[in-house]
Design a protein around this ligand. Structure first.
Ligand SMILES: Nc1ncnc2c1ncn2[C@@H]1O[C@H](COP(=O)(O)OP(=O)(O)OP(=O)(O)O)[C@@H](O)[C@H]1O
Length: 481
C-alpha cells in the first residue's frame, strides 16, 4: 500500500512539474503577447497621430480652398455642398474621411451645391463652417484681362505678379522736368478675383466662368459684362472670333447651356429658352434681332411688371438649339454693322445686351426654375476729350459716361443696401435690373489695353473695377420652386 501511495505521489509530482512548465511557458507567451500588445498600441497611436495630421492637412487644404474659392462664393447655395478639387494627393484620405461620391449626378440635383476647381479629381462633402464661409461672401466678382500688345507681350508699365494671378500693378515713371531731381516712380496696385495676362486663352477665361453660366440653369439670374476703353478687348472677350479657339464667352456659354440642358433632360427636366439681343445707343434701344423693313423699325420701351423686366416690341425668339442661337448672334452682328456703316464705329459707343431666358420644369420632382443669363458688351469707357466732343459725338459720350457711371452707382447702392437703387436712371441698368439685384450673380470683366498711352484710361478702368470688386451685394438665391 505504501509503495502504491509513493507511486501516486511521484505521478502527482510529475504532473505538477508538467503544469509548472506549462504555466511558465504560458507566462512567457503572456509576456511576449504583452510586448506585442504594447507594440501594437504604440503603432496604433502612431497611426492615430498620422490620421490626425492627415485630417488637419485636409482641413487646412479645404479651408485654403475655401479662402481660395472665396470669390466663388457667388455660386453658393446652402444644403449640402460638394467640392471637386485638384488636391489629388489627398484622394485616399478624403475618401476615407468624407466618403467620395462618384456619382456626379448628385452634383446637379437641386439640393447640392457644386464648386468645381479646374482639375477635377476629388469630390467631398463639406462641413458647415466652410459653407458658412461661402455664404458670408457677396455675389459680385471681377476679372481683369490684359490685352496683348499688337505684336504680342506686355509693356513694362503693366506688371503681373508671377506668383499670383490676382494682382496687377501699374507703374508710372515721371521724368524730372528740370533734369535736376531724380525721376519719380509711382506704383498703383490692384487686386481682383482673377487677373488674366496677355497670354490667357479664351478657353482659360471660359473655364473660370463656366460655373457661373451653369448656375443659370439652376435658376440663378446671371449677368456678365465687359467694361473697358475702346479697343481693350471687350468684344474679343464676350464674342471672340469665329474660329473654335478664339470663340468668346457668349458662344461658349450658349454651347454649355444647351449641352448641360440636354443632360438634365435625361433626369426629367424640360427647358424652354428665349433669346433676345438689344443695343443701347444714346439711351435708345435697338432690336438687334429685327428682320423687318428698316423704315418700319419700332420704338422700344422698358417695362417692369411682376418683378419682370420686358422690352416692348422686342424680338423674343424661342430657341431650342445652340445652332439657332448662334444664327441669332450672327444676325445681331450683321444688324450692328449695318448701323455702323451709317455712323462710323458705332459699336464702340453702344452697349450690346444678349439675354437668354431659361425656364425649366421637372414634373417628376415638382420643381420649376426661371432665370436669365445676361451677357453684356459695354460701350468704351474712355473719358470725353473736350476738343473732340461736339455735336453727335458729345451726345454719345455724355450718354455713355452717364450710363456707365450709373452702373457703378447702382452696384454701390446695392452694396450699401440703400433703400432706393437708381436702376431707372439709365436704360442699361433698367434693362439689367433683374440680373443686377442682390439675388443674382454678377461677373465683371475689366479689359485693359497694354499700350503706354492708354495709362490714364487703364488706371480709370482699374479704379472703377476695384470699387465694384469691393462691393458685397448679398447672397445669390435661385429662382427654383
Ligand atoms: N486677348 C486678346 N488676344 C488677342 N487679340 C485680342 C485680345 N483682346 C483683343 N484683341 C484684339 O484687339 C482688337 C480690339 O479688341 P476689341 O474689338 O475686342 O476691343 P473692344 O474693347 O471691344 O473695342 P470696342 O469698344 O471698339 O468694341 C481686336 O482686333 C481684337 O481681335
Amino acid at each position: 500500500q505504501a509503495w502504491d501511495l509513493k507511486g501516486k505521489v511521484s505521478d502527482m509530482e510529475g504532473k505538477i512539474r508538467n503544469y509548472q512548465t506549462k504555466v511558465r511557458s504560458v507566462n512567457e507567451e503572456n509576456e511576449l503577447l504583452k510586448g506585442s500588445v504594447a507594440q501594437s498600441r504604440n503603432r496604433l497611436s502612431d497611426l492615430e497621430r498620422e490620421v490626425e495630421s492627415q485630417k488637419s492637412k485636409i482641413w487646412s487644404e479645404m479651408f485654403s480652398l475655401g479662402f481660395e474659392a472665396k470669390s466663388l462664393n457667388n455660386f453658393t447655395s446652402i444644403q449640402s455642398m460638394f467640392v471637386l478639387s485638384s488636391c489629388s494627393g489627398y484622394e485616399v484620405e478624403l475618401q476615407a474621411l468624407c466618403g467620395v461620391r462618384e456619382d456626379l449626378k448628385h452634383m446637379t440635383s437641386e439640393k447640392n451645391f457644386v464648386i468645381i476647381f479646374p482639375l477635377c479629381r476629388v469630390v467631398f462633402t463639406c462641413v458647415s463652417e466652410l459653407m458658412f464661409l461661402f455664404v458670408l461672401q457677396g455675389n459680385i466678382r471681377v476679372f481683369c484681362r490684359v490685352r496683348p500688345l499688337v505684336d504680342g507681350g506686355l509693356s513694362s508699365h503693366i506688371q503681373l505678379a508671377p506668383s499670383d494671378n490676382k494682382s496687377i500693378t501699374l507703374a508710372k515713371t515721371e521724368e524730372s522736368h528740370t533734369g535736376k531731381s531724380a525721376d519719380t516712380h509711382k506704383n498703383y496696385h490692384f487686386s481682383f478675383d482673377q487677373v488674366f495676362g496677355p497670354h490667357a486663352s479664351q478657353q482659360q477665361i471660359f473655364e473660370e466662368i463656366s460655373l457661373l453660366v451653369q448656375s443659370a440653369l439652376d435658376g440663378y439670374n446671371v449677368c456678365c459684362f465687359a467694361y473697358g476703353q475702346t479697343g481693350s478687348g471687350k468684344t474679343y472677350t464676350m464674342e471672340g472670333e469665329e474660329f473654335d479657339d478664339s470663340r468668346g464667352v457668349i458662344p461658349r456659354a450658349v454651347q454649355q447651356i444647351f449641352r448641360a440642358g440636354e443632360k438634365l433632360e435625361s433626369q426629367g427636366w424640360e427647358f424652354n429658352f428665349t433669346a433676345s439681343f438689344v443695343e443701347i445707343y444714346n439711351e435708345t434701344l435697338r432690336d438687334l434681332l429685327y428682320t423687318g423693313k428698316p423704315s418700319k423699325r419700332p420704338e422700344h420701351e422698358i417695362r417692369k411688371s411682376n418683378n419682370e423686366v420686358t422690352v416692348t416690341n422686342l424680338t423674343y425668339k424661342q430657341v431650342c438649339s445652340e445652332g439657332q442661337v448662334l444664327d441669332l448672334i450672327a444676325l445681331a452682328k450683321q444688324n450692328r454693322s449695318t448701323a455702323q456703316t451709317a455712323q462710323n464705329d458705332r459699336s464702340s459707343r453702344s452697349h450690346s445686351v444678349f439675354q437668354l431666358q431659361i425656364e425649366g420644369a421637372n414634373a417628376g420632382r415638382d420643381v420649376r426654375c426661371k432665370s436669365t443669363l445676361c451677357l453684356v458688351d459695354l460701350a468704351g469707357s474712355e473719358r470725353m476729350v473736350k476738343s473732340q466732343s461736339q455735336g453727335e459725338r458729345f451726345k454719345e459720350m455724355t450718354s455713355i459716361n452717364s450710363s456707365l457711371s450709373n452702373l457703378g452707382i447702382v452696384i454701390t447702392s446695392l452694396a450699401n443696401k440703400e433703400s432706393h437703387v437708381p436702376y431707372r436712371n439709365s436704360k442699361l441698368t433698367y434693362l439689367l435690373q433683374g440680373c443686377l439685384g442682390g439675388n443674382s450673380k454678377t461677373l465683371m470683366f475689366v479689359n485693359i489695353s497694354p499700350e503706354p498711352d492708354s495709362f490714364g484710361e487703364t488706371l480709370n478702368s482699374l479704379r472703377f473695377a476695384s470699387k465694384v470688386n469691393d462691393c458685397v451685394i448679398g447672397t445669390a438665391s435661385s429662382n427654383k420652386k
